[in-house]
Write a protein that binds this ligand. Structure first.
Ligand code: ATP
Ligand code: MG
Length: 550
């Protein structure tokens, strides 16, 4: 019955007085069935005093007029004195006219209301006059229906557009608070209500939490975060049945048990729809008015649709939150893994350097003693050979130990350690390494210094392994708040965008990224076939550790 409301009280009143004049009758009323289908509401009246109008504002459908005219679609005619069959008609009213008639206001499909006419004469109106009234009722019904259909079509079209826009905006959003705000204000707008509210169920479905509210009235208190049991609440009914719940006035409704909440939020008329998720209801979407109001079927359908969009968006946002949680967990795991790895490396380095190193050196000294004694020439040659093998092994072990755990990182800092790394491992061959340090010396956290050292080590290893480059530039820039490392070669390059798609994914780049991810840094890799490669790492300098200086 969107039409009746849209036809407007003023237009209906104008129509009623024109009809009363044309028919020359003292009393004329137009009543329409309300959206709940339980009442006949007075929409326009001629010849009724204000008091009378207030008294007769709505009459139950379960009444003589309702039953006869609306349910059965039959005309009622009363001639002469009232016979008491028309309570609660006030006598004062009945005195004003002699005969009365109620004719159904009907469209093609149903009875929309009742047209009431009071005649001056007390004699039964002529049959032709009554037939004319019947036709009038039909005409009125058709007009209301047509206007209503047109209005509701237009309204539906713009609502559908709005809903579509909201659905698109919701699906593009993954932040729960923003989604909830969007849903509550859309609910409010679509139903033209005062307040919108989303309540979400807790995990075991026993409690609601008010997750979001739209604008409250002046002075209204914020009820977000308020929790209450599902059992015994109106929203609980929506959850249990999976259907909408309507309530004309929460302050008088027998089912509305949460009076304290309703009073705080000044809630009278209420419409509650369940938020239906994949595996059951996840909460409710509520709209309310501050005056008694019966939300229409149309409101219910629209809110249900919005609720379905909202449920999907809420589920996606929750999944996204889970993903973020997992990423955080992964970061922690990586961080632990690195610290375990590095401490294990440190232990092995110490073992090699402090245990194997001295033992091997002792063997070397013994060999040198044997050589000095000079036993026989054949043996001497073997001793010399063994001596040089051993010297080689001692050097290798030293290198291995230093490689595993660059000892100077802690003493000399990152800049000097990288110099050592380049000179020891990457210089002297065909490749020319140009190493430059700029900025101001900063103390770096030992984790950060080690990560950058490892990244430089891997980047240079990649240059040697893959690039076939002649030159490589390594630039370390240290600033008080951030540090930047760049490794740029003039080698064969590769298609960095297709890494992992066609190209075998190695551990090197992945572990560089993980290291940066865990230190909240950024890694950029720019490379094109034939154009060399450039790796840039930037990382914020946060914690300052006195043990390591950049
Ligand atoms: N400087 C470079 N020049 C040319 N290609 C490179 C360069 N750096 C990396 N690549 C290419 O990127 C790929 C991935 O590098 P990544 O370090 O992840 O793996 P890898 O070096 O092949 O193996 P791993 O590091 O596990 O020993 C390499 O296989 C190589 O094809
Ligand atoms: Mg590599």
């Amino acid at each position: 019955m969107a039409g009746e409301a849209r036809l407007g009280a003023r237009r209906l009143a104008g129509l009623a007085s024109r009809l009363a004049r044309a028919l020359d009758v003292p009393v004329l009323t137009i009543r329409l069935v309300d959206p709940t289908g339980r009442w006949l509401d007075l929409k326009a009246a001629v010849g009724l005093s204000k008091r009378m109008r207030a008294r007769l504002r709505r009459i139950p459908l379960e009444s003589l007029v309702g039953n006869e005219a609306v349910r059965r679609g039959r005309r009622i005619v009363r001639a002469g004195n009232p016979d008491g069959r028309l309570p609660p008609w006030p006598r004062s009213l009945l005195r004003r006219y002699g005969a009365g008639a109620f004719v159904p206001i009907r469209s093609d499909t149903k009875v929309l209301g009742v047209l009431g006419v009071g005649f001056r004469e007390s004699t039964r109106p002529a049959a032709a006059q009554l037939r004319f009234l019947d036709a009038l009722g039909r005409q009125l019904g058709t007009a209301i229906h047509v206007v209503g259909a047109g209005e509701s079509r237009r309204e539906t079209r713009s609502e559908t557009r709005f809903l579509r826009r909201i659905a698109a905006a919701l699906s593009a959003n993954l932040e729960l608070p923003a989604i909830l705000d969007m849903v509550t204000s859309a609910a409010q707008r679509l139903t033209r209500s005062r307040g919108g509210l989303v309540m979400l169920l807790n995990r075991d479905g026993t409690e609601f939490e008010i997750a979001s509210t739209s604008r409250l009235e002046e002075g209204g208190s914020d009820i977000r975060g308020f929790r209450f049991p599902v059992e015994g609440s109106l929203s609980g009914i929506a959850v249990r049945t999976g259907r909408a719940v309507r309530c004309r006035d929460a302050t008088t409704d027998r089912r509305a048990l949460l009076r304290a909440l309703q009073q705080t939020a000044n809630v009278r008329g209420l419409l509650i729809v369940p938020l239906r998720g994949d595996s059951g209801v996840i909460g409710t979407l509520n709209v309310s008015s501050s005056r008694p109001r019966v939300f229409s079927d149309h409101d219910r359908r629209t809110l249900m649709q919005l609720g379905d969009h909202a449920s999907i968006a809420i589920r996606n946002a929750r999944l996204f939150e889970d993903v973020l949680g997992h990423r955080q967990l992964l970061r922690q795991l990586y961080s632990q893994q690195y610290s375990v790895l590095e401490s294990e490396r440190k232990r092995i380095a110490h073992e090699l350097h402090d245990e194997m190193g001295p033992t091997l050196s002792a063997i070397l000294i013994n060999l040198q003693l044997l050589k000095e004694r000079g036993m026989d020439t054949a043996l001497d040659a073997k001793v010399v050979e063994t001596e040089s093998l051993l010297t080689g092994i001692i050097e290798k072990i030293r290198e291995l130990a230093y490689g595993l755990r660059p000892p100077m990182l802690e003493h000399l800092g990152l800049a000097e350690s990288m110099k050592w790394l380049i000179e020891t491992y990457f210089s002297g061959g065909r490749l020319v390494v140009d190493y430059r340090v700029s900025g101001s010396p900063v103390r770096l956290d030992s984790d950060l210094a080690l990560a950058l050292y490892r990244i430089a080590q891997e980047a240079l290893t990649n240059v040697v392994k893959h690039a076939r480059a002649a030159h490589v530039k390594v630039h370390l820039h240290l600033a008080p708040t951030s540090v930047r490392l760049e490794v740029r070669d003039d080698g064969c390059g590769f298609d960095a965008t297709r890494l992992g798609a066609e190209r075998r994914v190695g551990l090197g780049l992945a572990s560089m990224r993980e290291r940066m991810d865990h230190l909240r840094g950024r890694l950029e890799l720019r490379s094109r076939p034939g154009k060399g490669s450039q790796l840039v790492v930037t990382c914020p300098v946060e914690a300052v550790d006195a043990r390591a200086a950049g």
